[in-house]
Write a protein that binds this ligand. Sequence first.
Ligand code: GDP
Length: 203
Amino acid sequence: MEIKQAEFVLSAPDLKHCPEEKVAEYAFIGRSNVGKSSLINMLVKKKGLAKTSSTPGKTQLINFFKINESWMLVDLPGYGYAKVAKSMKGKFHKIITNYVSKRENLVNLFVLIDCRHAPQRIDLDFMEWLGEEGIPFSIVFTKVDKVSSTVLQKNLSHYKKEMLKVWEEMPVNFISSSTSEIGRLELLNYIGRINESLVGKFN
Ligand code: GDP
């Protein structure tokens, strides 16, 4: 899929301020600094669309970008560092859980994981919660340019091993690099295929 147009629609402080329009939404989420803004900018090839390196925890807004006048890319607030409370409920701002579990337009959530790090409890718990809630999601391992291919393979298999302790199979997953555009076409084609399967579901 080609991106011909990408425009900022609005920033919503909560679920009720999200756009009323019924179009497919693909949301991106991950811990602060995981590379979410860079990935969004890389996907749409617009450097300043999503803001990069904002102060962690400051941007508690849901940002909507309309793509090709037909679907939305949604930038969710980054979730916090390890110091937040242990339970799943305490970890996430209500804005995230509300959007993720109640937004009817959401067709897929991309959970971003920094490929350099060992599996983190906060991400694993979040994905478990997504599974319990029946929310469709995929994983994007970011910043793959920062490690050698050997280390990447090692880290990915470590991650898969950890996931398979809980999951019957590994969720759909991608690798990405915002500096070298690795993963761009794979992610866009994946979105394109889902869009095709949704014809008639949204306006
Ligand atoms: P966010 O907080 O998740 O939105 O993360 P940002 O997109 O602001 O990225 C955090 C930092 O990681 C910034 O300094 C980015 O330049 C850097 N970064 C993000 N993605 C990549 C990547 O794919 N490769 C490299 N080398 N650096 C990246």
